[in-house]
Design a binder for this molecule. Structure first.
Ligand SMILES: [Zn+2]
Ligand SMILES: [Zn+2]
Length: 358
């Protein structure tokens, strides 16, 4: 083990280039993991298509599963245990300092000195910093989580982005006994249906334009399927499913302004809109302050997650990965040498997830 490959991203619409680099020397609190699997997240595809900017050159990929091959003194896991060579792990998409203004306010994902895997420029001291490579160099301040043995790689791999983000969104609200509208039945949407179901939601409504996605959401615990079409029809169907009151919670995962507006109208008096999908600029949403006041509405934005959300997400998968068809969501796996084919396939097929295996 003297060198390893990384797939280098330079500019949108260009091909990734495989390069060989020497294995880095790691120091206190750091780890070196051999990458077992990396799944392409929607945000990776957006970067590749130029819809989202990132410092370059970089190694994309942040949904990563790995096995520790080198450890250092002070490298401990989320549960406080010292980590060992051979541990099968995932980790937070970012490393945080633990000591700044935001870290002290339980927002480590907004740390003043945040380092994000799959989003950082390649430097002499941090070359293996993303998921599309043979190894990943884990910085101290990353929260490291051991993967329970019986969760297969392809089921566990999206946990540190998709599943943990859904956990952050749902854990902030009371779900038990409530009606939850999940807007968008993609990777996050079907995960949200299953998680809301296991958290005791009375009804799980899901909306999407594609009937085949709604069908899949049904297998993930959705109780009411809403075909997203005309706004008035969607709202009528949502009210019909909730005795005319509307839902307690609308969870927006599509990134579309229309969905944001439907969500605001679909919630009952005193309900909550949770916005997750709009991670890029859109047209403004028109909200009359009076409506917010008189209808006593709350809006909560959720971006990324904290380490306990990732722990919750892993426990959720451990208990439920057989109950819902999570193993079907990674539709195809490519070798690292075929990384460009993997990207083309992911874009063309609109698969929930495509994986790359070194
Ligand atoms: Zn992601
Ligand atoms: Zn910090």
């Amino acid at each position: 083990m003297r060198s390893g490959r990384i797939a280098v991203f330079e500019k949108p619409s260009g091909l990734l280039r495989l390069e060989n680099h020497p294995i880095p020397k790691i120091s206190g609190g750091e780890l070196l993991a051999r990458i077992d699997l990396c799944t392409l997240c929607g945000s990776d595809l957006h970067t590749l298509q130029g819809r989202r900017s990132t410092p370059t050159p970089t190694v994309l990929g942040h949904e990563i599963l790995g096995t520790i091959v080198q450890t250092t003194a002070g490298a401990v896991g989320f549960d406080g245990r010292e980590l060992q060579v051979g541990d099968r792990i995932t980790w937070t998409v970012a490393a945080s300092c633990g000591d700044c203004f935001y870290c002290k306010r339980d927002l480590p994902q907004k740390c003043d000195s945040l380092l994000k895997y799959g989003h950082a420029p390649i430097t002499d001291t941090w070359t293996f910093n993303g998921g599309l490579g043979d190894y990943c160099h884990l910085k101290s301040g990353s929260s490291i989580h051991i993967i329970p043995d019986d969760i297969p790689d392809r089921v566990a791999c999206p946990v540190n982005c998709a599943t943990a983000t859904v956990a952050a969104a749902l854990r902030g609200s009371k779900i038990e006994g409530r009606s939850v509208l999940v807007q968008g039945a993609g990777m996050l949407g079907v995960t949200a249906c299953a998680m809301a179901n296991t958290m005791g939601a009375e009804r799980v409504l899901v909306s999407d334009k594609l009937p085949e996605r709604l069908d899949r959401a049904k297998a993930f615990g959705a109780t009411h399927l809403i075909e997203a079409g005309k706004k008035s029809d969607s709202l009528e169907n949502i009210r019909d499913a909730t005795n005319g009151y509307g839902v307690d919670i609308a969870l927006e995962l599509t990134g579309s302004v229309d969905a944001v507006e439907i969500g605001m109208e679909a919630i009952r008096m005193g309900g909550e809109a949770i916005w997750v999908g709009t991670v890029h600029p859109t047209d403004p949403v028109k909200i009359m302050p009076e409506t917010l006041v008189r209808r006593m509405l709350a809006v909560r934005g959720v971006h990324n997650y904290n380490p306990s959300d990732l722990d919750f997400a892993l426990r959720f998968l451990e208990e439920n990965h057989r109950r819902f068809p999570f193993s079907e969501l990674v539709e195809k796996t490519f070798a690292l040498s075929e990384v460009n084919e993997a990207i083309d396939y992911a874009v063309a097929s609109k698969a929930f997830r495509v994986a790359v295996k070194p």
